[in-house]
Ligand binder design. Sequence first.
Ligand code: ZN
Length: 207
Amino acid sequence: MRQLKLAKHVPFVIDHIPADSHIRPGHVPETKKYVVIHNTGNYDERCDAAWHNGYIHGQAASPTPREASWHFTVDDKLICEHIPVHESAWHAGDTSFGQGNYYGIGIEICVNGFPGVYEGEAYEAWEPRFLAALDNAAVLTAALLKLYDLDLSAVKQHYDFAPEKKNCPQQMRYDFETKTFSRENGTLYNLFLQKVEEYYNVKGYIK
Ligand SMILES: [Zn+2]
């Protein structure tokens, strides 16, 4: 099996939910076509990548789980893998086995500590941590593009697949100029894409 290689070292934990759990459908598509970016929406300070790993394991063990699953959660200090990357998961809201779920690799980027506003002291105090999480997610995304011979156009927003056009990844879709959410002009989403491209072009990936 091909190995995921990161362009820079980020602590990486693999802790798969059990193969027989309801939220791990186990389908293996012939390839992967998309990397689908999300923001978790969990603003509580404690809701980092390790917390989400505990959460998805709790859901996997539940007899009545929320029908949601994804491959990775990333925060400012860790990448956590919950489902093997070649399998499908339920994160892109387009009916259970639509394109985003079937062919997409779901990455949840943590927004723990987000103050609920996009300006002012509280926001400015929080943003550096989020930028560090975006950087780690960009390292991972670039490595996934390489793994499946994809280019930058394979990077998608959850919004792209959600029939109800969910505003996700919300914090990245905010346009600081117009103070509205945007598909094309999300300030931090576009910064994220730039970072993905930079890492994609790093030569000599470390193992
Ligand atoms: Zn989402």
